[in-house]
Design a protein around this ligand. Structure first.
Ligand code: SF4
Ligand code: SF4
Length: 224
């Protein structure tokens, strides 16, 4: 999800790599669950999140949509899945009665990052610290890679870049599409290829992602 704000307004003005130390560690949140409530449709899932949820919970995206844990929304012209906020308090579907994440080992990338964000530039990205987003008054320094808690950081970095720039390209193409049918075709191809077709949770995600990327390209949905 794009945000039209300057980095200086929302961060400490620094950019971080995976090996840098950043003041993001809120020590298990200590009973706070503020960023698991009222998040609208901003906890957007990427294909690796869907793979991780399938591996951890044994549920495909279709199952999660059916049970109401996930919903589909249009973001910058693209249909993408996001975690659903429920009830008057708008609590994440997976937030338990004690205010803890009920799927902590399988939680999506957006939740792993928080309060970090990503700043994309010239085909790559760095992390930044959102200074106004986490209420914990006692955050300490932690290595970015440790905070994100995701295996194979190098491979994951490449995937995050590939996915971001694939979506960016698609956004430009759907925005420029004169015919609504073409925009619909691209959106359906994206959903079917990367989200609705179940992953093989016993096999490497990144290989599956690259194979799907190739087939997406073959149907003319991604520019080679
Ligand atoms: S706002 Fe900060 S302390 Fe509260 S749940 Fe989110 S990350 Fe944890
Ligand atoms: S998945 Fe877990 S960490 Fe993420 S918003 Fe839901 S309850 Fe919070």
């Amino acid at each position: 999800m794009k945000r039209n704000v300057s980095l200086d307004e929302i961060s400490d003005g620094r950019l971080y790599g995976e090996n840098d130390m950043v003041k993001a560690d809120c020590h298990g949140c200590r009973g706070c669950s503020l960023c698991c409530r009222g998040m609208g449709n901003s906890v957007i899932l990427d294909p690796y999140d869907v793979y991780r949820l399938q591996a951890g919970l044994g549920k495909t995206l279709s199952c999660l949509l059916e049970e109401g844990a996930v919903e589909l929304n249009v973001v910058d012209g693209i249909i993408l899945p996001n975690l659903r906020m429920c009830g008057e308090e708008e609590r994440c579907y997976f937030l338990d009665g004690e205010g803890r994440c009920g799927i902590h080992p399988s939680r999506p990338g957006v939740c792993r990052l928080f309060p970090l964000g990503r700043f994309y530039e010239k085909g790559d990205f760095k992390y930044f610290l959102q200074t106004g987003e986490c209420d914990s008054g006692c955050r300490s320094k932690v290595k970015v890679a440790k905070w994100i808690d995701t295996p194979n950081p190098g491979q994951n970095h490449r995937f995050v870049c590939d996915w971001h720039y694939l979506l960016k390209d698609l956004e430009e193409r759907t925005a420029g599409a004169e015919d609504l049918e073409e925009s619909k075709r691209l959106n359906l191809a994206l959903l079917g290829t990367f989200f609705l077709q179940p992953y093989d949770a016993g096999h490497d995600f990144y290989e599956q992602f690259q194979a799907r990327r190739k087939s997406f390209c073959d149907v003319g949905a991604e520019r080679p």
